[in-house]
Design a protein around this ligand. Structure first.
Ligand SMILES: [Zn+2]
Length: 418
């Protein structure tokens, strides 16, 4: 493992980076910036826009891979940090990567491991070399460099791998630190590209940083785009910033990114955030929220989130969501499990299986939401889709529509209040 420090980004233009994907732009919304596309990855074609569930330890909390396949998922996330600790790189190399380890023959995206460290370990410290931290197992000092992150992701064999970036909370008021993190992320991308052993088999995505400062974001876009990675992520968001700021950053970045590359906004999973970010030109999203909130008894539905722990559901014998085609909600005579709200209510108090069933429904709901958005874009009726979505979510009460969503969509030609 090398820990070479590069202090300046290499000059561009540079020779094109090999790519293990092809990106077909299938349709563009004639009003908003929304796109429908197909991403051909080593383990199959993925229809965009897409929500990607997070399988932290090579397992989606509570779901088997068959159940995950039943939700229609073609691409899920694994955490490099967790896989690097357990089973560890030697085991991954021996078994031939995470697809084989998990028995998952569809696509995997891995994060760099950096965010996990900075967010999980209080003692993590970022230097030009990498992220220094103490092992959560035995307290020994460790260092995650861009080279080591890429080496781990090469062993995992993920179809999409993420660069190690210097990620700090968007709410950080220190603009100098924000600029340093952005510039360091560019230098680290160069080190990631140099360390990447299999660019013809695995796709490395860069990550645009720069906090909420649009000038920093613009500069970062220019540097990152010049490096010509197969796909591009917008990072550092969903850290507690105001939704107005989130929308401005996404809108600014997508305006500067090449049209024929996938755009991934990291850490986004609330339904209204997804449909608005799609309107702003983003294609891919991930979040632990649908499975995490399932553990608290929350069902994501088109009419908002329902807490099935509430006693009012004790005698509600309808499905979690009427019309949902997930294996949890689908009636038994249609091949589903015919699970009722009352049953989940009964289980959530004491049995983890309640959370498993809700995870199936919640992940399916977000995948299906993105599938419906895609269909609407293909048929060039995304503005109508947005109006219907917000009407369903707020039961027709326009006074309740969030101001940030109304403003962001007005910016791309859709007036929700008209
Ligand atoms: Zn369902």
């Amino acid at each position: 493992m090398s820990t070479t420090t590069t202090t300046a980004p290499s000059p561009s233009p540079r020779k094109p980076m090999p790519s293990a994907l092809t990106f077909n732009l299938d349709a563009k919304c004639s009003t908003t910036k929304a796109r429908a596309s197909t991403l051909h990855l080593p383990h199959g074609a993925v229809k965009l826009p897409i929500f990607m569930p997070v399988a932290t330890q090579a397992s989606l909390k509570g779901l088997t891979y068959d159940q995950l396949k039943d939700t229609g998922c073609m691409l899920c996330l694994n955490n490099t940090y967790h896989l690097g600790l357990k089973p560890g790189q030697a085991v991954l190399d021996e078994v031939g990567g995470a697809h084989k380890l998990q028995g998952w023959d569809r696509n995997i995206l891995t994060d760099s491991g950096g965010f996990q460290m900075v967010s999980l370990l209080k003692l993590a410290r970022v230097t030009e070399e990498g992220v220094r931290f103490l092992s959560p197992h035995d307290g020994t000092p460790m260092l995650l460099t861009p080279e080591h992150s890429i080496s781990l992701q090469n062993s995992i064999g993920s179809d999409i791998m993420m660069q190690l970036d210097d990620v700090i909370a968007t709410t950080c008021p220190d603009i100098e630190r924000m600029q340093e993190a952005m510039e360091r992320s560019v230098r680290w991308l160069d080190r990631c590209i140099a360390a990447h052993k299999y660019p013809e088999k695995q796709n490395l995505f860069c990550i645009i940083q720069g906090g909420l400062d649009l000038d920093l974001r613009r500069k970062c876009c220019a540097e990152m785009v010049a490096r010509d990675t197969p796909g591009i992520a917008i990072g550092g968001l969903s850290g507690g910033e105001a939704k107005e700021e989130f929308c401005k950053v996404v809108d600014t970045c997508t305006g500067l990114l090449p049209e024929r590359k996938p755009r991934y906004v990291m850490g986004v999973g609330y339904p209204e955030d997804l449909v608005v970010a799609v309107a702003l030109g983003a294609d891919m999203f991930d979040c632990v929220w649908p499975t995490r909130t399932a553990r608290f008894g929350n069902a994501i539905t088109s009419a908002g989130n329902l807490n099935l722990r509430n006693s009012s559901y004790a005698t509600d014998f309808g499905p979690v969501e009427v019309g949902c085609t997930c294996t949890c909600c689908l009636p038994t005579d249609q091949g589903g499990m015919g699970i009722t709200r009352a049953y989940i209510h009964h289980l959530t108090a004491k049995e983890t299986v309640g959370a498993h069933l809700l995870s199936i429904h919640n992940v399916h709901h977000l995948l299906s939401l993105m599938g419906s958005a895609r269909q609407a874009i293909l048929e060039d009726r995304y503005p109508e889709f947005l109006r219907q979505f917000f009407s369903n979510l707020y039961k027709g009460d326009k006074l309740k529509y969030p101001k940030w969503a109304v403003e962001a969509l007005r910016g791309v030609g859709v007036d929700l209040l008209a």
